[in-house]
Design a protein around this ligand. Structure first.
Ligand code: ZN
Length: 379
């Protein structure tokens, strides 16, 4: 059984950045400051309320839920163990990936755009279930749960049905955890928002998980010129492996001169910024040709602004879009990404390195240093 039971996984980054809460909500006495290393801490798991399908791991699962107050920064994959009485779309035994939560009731959710949920902040960062309870407790006191709709650095994740994406059982569960956020974001920006025609050109700024996902997606839909821009040669090397036809090191090369050379002076049709650095966003805008589309997906620091030249913008007829989580409906989009992976068109396994739970802090360190793009903790 141990050999055949899929392991649950949790990725240790959120859209390419560590998003550990700097301070936990005051009610959660058992939370640690974010500067402290992660530690395993047994807590009690409550029963599911309606619409709450918990999932558990296989034979490698540790005996108790782990540190959920600090745990919510991941997305994960796993096997459903129990479902709430109102759950209709998920069954015990289903293999699932967890994605961001959404309310399912607001205008945008009902219009097929759940990543723009009007109640998204509470769903993702409220650390409670809709009835005000949490999924975990310790010594009789509530411990925050459902961070990013998940709190999944734990043996059990107790989540809303809206966070759950059922996937094929023949897909390797130990690999699928990262699909719920960064990969979804980069691929969705290309496939759901840009929708580039075959033979068009795209430039992607930033080579983290989001940027790499975008490069892979652009290659999957046959963009003919796929340009990766970063300041690290090792990242650019990987970008080429994942589908970039050209790369530019913007710290050592003249970005716009290189772009002109690559495109034969025609500029690019599509640009994606994953950096949220205003000067880079401006570079991305300037890289576009007439009727070009720039998509920005990075989470910028408060107050970060970018300016564009109005006159030339008008005559260029270009589009600037901000996009959250790839504008995806996760239950539709993530299975599509898995299908692309099966066909070798979305080789995100090249980004993943697996760690044991005991080595979770090493995973965080490797992510922060850039040594690993997608650290995955296998239980
Ligand atoms: Zn909503």
């Amino acid at each position: 059984m141990a050999g055949s039971t899929p392991r649950r996984t949790a990725q240790t980054t959120w859209c390419g950045s560590r998003v550990l809460p700097r301070t936990a909500p005051p009610a959660y006495r058992h939370a640690r400051p974010s500067s402290a290393p992660l530690a395993v801490d047994p807590v009690q798991a409550s029963s599911p309320i309606q619409k709450a399908p918990p999932q558990r791991g296989g034979a490698t699962a540790p005996p108790a839920p782990r540190d959920p107050a600090r745990a919510g920064t991941s997305t994960r994959s796993g096997v459903v163990e129990e479902v709430g009485s109102d759950v209709r779309g998920v069954q015990v035994g289903d293999h699932v990936v967890l994605g961001p939560s959404y309310c399912g009731k607001c205008t945008f959710c009902r219009s097929g755009e759940p990543m723009y949920c009007e109640n998204g902040f509470a769903e993702l960062f409220g650390c409670r279930r809709p009835d005000g309870t949490t999924a975990f407790s310790k010594d009789g006191e509530m411990v925050g749960s459902h961070f990013f709709g998940q709190s999944s650095f734990a043996t059990y994740a107790n989540v809303s049905e809206n966070s759950v994406i059922v996937v094929d059982k023949d897909a390797p569960l130990e690999l699928l955890g990262p699909l719920g956020c960064g990969l979804n974001t980069g691929a969705g920006a290309v496939l759901n928002e840009m929708r580039p025609e075959p033979g068009t050109s795209i430039v992607v700024f930033g080579s983290g998980a989001v940027g790499f996902a975008a490069l892979m997606a652009a290659a999957a839909v046959s963009c003919s010129t796929i340009i990766g821009v970063d300041i690290h040669d090792s990242r650019l090397e990987l970008a080429r492996e994942l589908g970039a036809t050209h790369t530019i090191n913007s710290s050592t090369q003249d970005l716009h001169a290189e772009l002109e050379k690559i495109t034969g002076g025609r500029s690019v049709n599509y640009a994606l910024d994953t950096t949220a650095i205003s000067s880079v966003v401006r570079d991305a805008a300037d890289a576009l040709g007439t009727r070009g589309v720039l998509v920005a997906v990075g989470a910028a620091a408060p107050g970060e602004e970018v300016s564009f030249e109005v006159g030339s913008s008008l005559t260029k007829g270009w589009t600037f879009k901000t996009v959250i989580e790839g504008s995806a409906v996760p239950q539709v989009f993530i299975p599509r990404l898995i299908d692309l992976w099966k066909q070798g068109k979305f080789p995100f396994e090249k980004l993943v390195k697996t760690y044991s739970l005991e080595d979770i802090n090493t995973g965080f360190e490797d992510s922060a240093s850039g040594a690993v793009i997608k650290p995955v903790v296998a239980y």
